[in-house]
Ligand binder design. Structure first.
Ligand SMILES: Nc1ncnc2c1ncn2[C@@H]1O[C@H](COP(=O)(O)OP(=O)(O)OP(=O)(O)O)[C@@H](O)[C@H]1O
Length: 245
């Protein structure tokens, strides 16, 4: 679902992210961890061609689309349906005067989906939300509900890949667990591929199969999550683990 080779992203000639290899298969979950400014978000955004004003080189394929050579139209289609970006605070991206159901219905119609009502009901159920939420406005739902709604919208539009940038860091701990539970379930039941950016190693240990550790724009360690978190080989990974509460 995601294949990256020799990705290099620079701003004004300054390299900010270099990723030699990153693969995420269907049903797999990979996390990129590292401190603030290490290049995690830049890496994620570059996979959908969303790093404006950056110099990007290497090979990037997402859902079979060659992101480096694809037309703007092909990239819009990729982002609009097959590969969804889930951000830290989805509420900010939702139109405040539009009910959630109206918003989802519009998005489904825009993408020419048959039977939007059924797709909406299925997606809302898949993220364990009460369908009554579709009658609410964005300010009437909690952060955790908004995040699950953002995931439901991605599912309804047919996402095969979810790229999530700190999807739970704006939420409190119990709500974080709900969102992670939903992502794990979707991965297991629908074979969703998940690429997650997080500075939260406790979260990562509950969801990721593999981990890439980034520092100052470079991948310093990567491997199975259980191995990297239990027996880190790089001093920086050990530092991150020691910083855990
Ligand atoms: N649009 C931009 N123009 C110039 N530099 C940028 C731009 N976006 C990011 N950078 C720089 O790239 C580097 C990596 O930033 P990035 O946001 O990818 O890190 P991060 O690990 O995701 O951190 P955070 O967790 O704080 O988001 C930083 O030094 C940042 O200042």
């Amino acid at each position: 679902m995601i294949e990256v080779r020799d990705l290099r992203v620079s701003y004004g000639g300054r390299p900010v992210a270099e990723v030699p290899e990153l693969d995420v298969a269907a049903g797999e979950s990979v996390a990129i961890v590292g401190e603030s400014g290490s290049g995690k978000s830049t890496t994620l955004l570059s996979l959908l061609g969303l790093t404006e004003h950056a110099e990007v080189s290497g090979q990037v394929k997402v859902c079979g689309v060659d992101v480096m050579t694809a037309s703007q139209k092909a990239l819009r289609e990729l982002r609009g349906a097959r590969a969804a970006l889930v951000m830290q605070s989805p509420q900010a991206a939702l139109s405040p005067a539009t009910r959630l159901g109206t918003l989802m219905r519009r998005a489904l119609r825009l993408h020419g989906r048959d039977d939007p009502e059924r797709a909406m009901a299925e997606a809302v159920e898949a993220v364990l939300l009460d369908p009554a939420i579709l009658r609410r406005y964005p300010h009437e739902v909690s952060g955790g509900q908004a995040q699950r709604f953002a995931i439901a919208l991605a599912i309804a539009l047919g996402a095969e890949v979810i790229l999530a940038d700190e999807p739970t860091s704006a939420l409190d701990v119990t709500v974080q667990a709900e969102v992670v539970g939903v992502l794990r379930r979707l991965r297991a039941e629908r074979g969703l591929a998940l690429l997650l950016v997080s500075h939260d190693l406790a979260l990562v240990s509950t969801i990721a199969d593999r981990v890439l550790v980034m520092k100052d724009g470079a991948v310093v360690e990567s491997g199975p999550a259980a191995r990297v978190l239990a027996e880190p080989s790089h001093p920086y990974t050990r530092e991150l683990l020691e910083a855990l509460p």
